[in-house]
Write a protein that binds this ligand. Structure first.
Ligand SMILES: [Zn+2]
Length: 272
């Protein structure tokens, strides 16, 4: 029986060998077909391809493996921290503002009648003495005075030394207003002034040297006193004339040389 045992052993060995072969050489599993884009993804990640990204214009934008990051807009410039000038709404103030700077909108009609007559007398006597007078300002509505204050404070305390780029447009605007209204840095507009009360005017007066009225030497202030006016702040505000209500008597000698009707006619033009 050794032969049969040998054959059986050989058969078992053969079967075992077949099983071992089967375990160590399984049926090769076919990989699942790659999705259509997988090879493209692999392609874009190749170093050589990434090297040439900047060279070629890839229609469609960013390579597939890159996360598309939308370009952020530049951060907006922060606005100017200084508030703009308050708008003018009062019609009279608007009219004055429209003519600011060229003297076209000097409001004499808003002056109290006695002050307006004093202005007329003053203009007549300046002309009689060979001088010239240019009115810069007269009556100012309260709203207009508030605007002047607004400009003055905005310029002096907020914008004059402001270097913020976002504020330069507003700074230029307020600077123009400051100059156009002939404001002075040394003098802030008061809330209630002789102008809002209709008692004063600002005027640039030019008198010849050794001006005379008849035979009498006159000065700017003597002419003002003749008309019932004073300059209360001669040094700080030399153009400001205020009606003080006491008309100096016109010298008889001068009155005789200057026909009264002319003075009255000119004065009436400025009466309320
Ligand atoms: Zn004034």
């Amino acid at each position: 029986m050794p032969d049969r045992r040998f054959v059986r052993t050989l058969t078992l060995a053969f079967l075992a060998a077949c099983l071992c072969y089967a375990d160590t050489n399984p049926v090769v599993q076919q990989p699942a077909p790659e999705p259509p884009d997988a090879w493209q993804d692999a392609f874009w990640t190749l170093p050589i391809v990434r090297f040439f990204f900047p060279v070629f214009d890839f229609t469609g934008g960013v390579p597939p493996t890159e996360t598309a990051v939308p370009a952020e807009p530049p951060p907006p410039l922060p606005g100017c921290s200084v508030a703009p000038l308050d708008p003018i709404e009062d019609p009279e103030a608007l009219q004055l503002e429209a003519g600011a700077g060229d003297g076209a909108a000097v409001d004499v009609s808003g002056m109290v009648p006695a002050a307006a007559r004093a202005l007329g007398r003053f203009q007549s006597t300046v002309a009689a003495a060979g001088g010239t007078i240019v009115l810069k300002s007269a009556y100012r509505p309260a709203a207009y005075q508030r605007h002047l204050q607004d400009v003055w404070y905005k310029w002096m305390f907020e914008l004059r030394d402001d270097q913020d780029p976002a504020c330069q447009d507003l700074r230029a605007q307020v600077q123009d207003e400051f100059a156009g209204h002939r404001l002075l840095e040394t003098q802030h507009p008061v809330t209630i002034s002789d102008h809002t009360r209709g008692l004063a005017f600002d005027a640039a007066v030019d008198l010849p040297n050794r001006a005379r009225l008849g035979r009498r030497h006159v000065t700017l202030d003597s002419l003002a006193r003749l008309a019932g006016l004073q300059r209360p702040a001669l040094a700080a505000d030399p153009v400001h004339f205020k009606y003080v209500g006491q008309v100096s008597l016109v010298p008889v000698r001068w009155a005789g040389r200057r026909p009264a009707p002319r003075r009255h006619r000119r004065a009436s033009a400025f009466s309320a």
